[in-house]
Design a protein around this ligand. Structure first.
Ligand code: HEC
Ligand code: HEC
Ligand code: HEC
Ligand code: HEC
Length: 207
């Protein structure tokens, strides 16, 4: 009896593990291991155990963008106007740096139209210097908590740290506020949670 219970729970654990694996990066558009340029690895285009880029942390392996952007308000640069995590995304998504520019190699495969954000950000949801989240009580925005999160329960979004030109740290909306780069929830478009009934938008905006 005891042995049989153990057998069942081991099977259940296996089933749970495979579901978890399927819900994450291996099952997402960020699994580049089937492309020749990735060396057959999943993590390597983005992370490395050694000699990482220390500007942005997270053992970053991919080349960063130095592009100039058309922001909602004037022009800006990847380095000065957006948070460091969004810089990591834009190192592929603004289309100025090749997908296979990592580990010190300069590649020549660029992102396709399905993932291209480009350098004109006027047609995208504001990020970085264009999207400083109110710290004071607002009638238009739900409050951020002491840990710079907005929302409650399973619908929590994290604001990102960005330092403005005066050296002041601001809490802003970044790409990884709305998206999870490792596809951790397995929601469409790699969102943090489902945007059914615009739940994601309404986490911040009072409308
Ligand atoms: C497409 C790029 C990309 C790929 C591929 C990728 N990551 Fe990441 N990873 C990131 C970014 C960007 C961050 C920074 C945190 C954030 O913004 O979510 C990060 C953060 C992390 C962190 C620290 C924060 C956390 O979420 O725990 C770990 C650990 C990590 N990645 C592990 C991995 C492993 C292991 C793999 C391969 C199985 C992998 N990543 C593949 C982009 C990537
Ligand atoms: C190493 C290059 C690289 C990095 C770094 C990277 N991406 Fe991507 N991403 C891609 C490619 C390539 C695609 C697939 C585009 C296509 O289908 O044409 C993609 C697809 C996506 C998609 C579409 C997913 C879907 O299922 O529709 C989202 C959302 C996304 N990326 C967000 C991010 C965010 C947010 C970051 C940073 C936290 C990031 N990416 C970092 C290369 C990258
Ligand atoms: C305010 C939330 C929010 C922010 C910030 C945000 N996105 Fe998205 N993104 C979304 C939503 C929602 C979708 C799905 C749109 C839809 O339903 O077609 C999406 C879709 C995408 C797609 C897939 C495009 C497609 O047509 O399927 C990519 C790639 C992407 N985002 C990348 C990024 C990158 C890179 C950044 C940072 C520059 C970013 N996103 C910032 C909410 C956001
Ligand atoms: C994490 C919080 C957050 C989320 C989630 C969010 N927004 Fe925003 N949104 C902001 C902030 C902050 C601004 C910038 C306000 C400013 O500085 O003018 C903004 C600006 C906007 C604007 C004004 C853009 C302009 O050009 O003036 C629109 C429209 C908008 N958001 C719609 C959406 C929609 C639709 C969604 C869901 C897909 C969404 N937002 C999700 C925080 C958020």
């Amino acid at each position: 009896m005891k042995t049989r219970n153990l057998g069942i729970s081991a099977a259940a654990v296996c089933a749970m593990m495979s579901l978890t694996a399927l819900g994450q990066i291996a099952n997402s558009r960020h699994n580049f291991s089937s492309y020749g340029w990735s060396g057959g690895e999943i993590c390597k285009p983005c992370h490395t155990p050694h000699n990482a880029n220390t500007d942005v942390g997270f053992l970053w392996n991919h080349a960063l963008s130095n592009a100039t952007y058309t922001m909602h308000e004037g022009t800006g640069t990847a380095e000065a106007n957006i948070d460091s995590r969004s810089r990591m995304c834009m190192g592929c998504h603004d289309g100025t740096v090749a997908l296979d520019s990592f580990g010190g190699t300069t590649g020549d495969n660029f992102i396709g139209p399905g993932g291209l954000i480009g350098t004109d950000l006027t047609d995208d949801h504001p990020i970085g210097s264009d999207a400083i989240y109110p710290t004071a009580t607002s009638t238009s925005y739900n409050p951020q908590d002491a840990n710079h999160r907005v929302g409650t329960g399973s619908r929590v979004l994290r604001l990102r740290s960005w330092v403005d030109s005066t050296g002041t740290e601001q809490w802003v909306v970044g790409c990884s506020t709305c998206h999870t780069v490792h596809n951790s929830g397995n929601y469409p478009h790699m969102l943090r949670f489902s945007n059914a009934s615009s739940a994601l938008c309404l986490t911040c905006h009072i409308k």
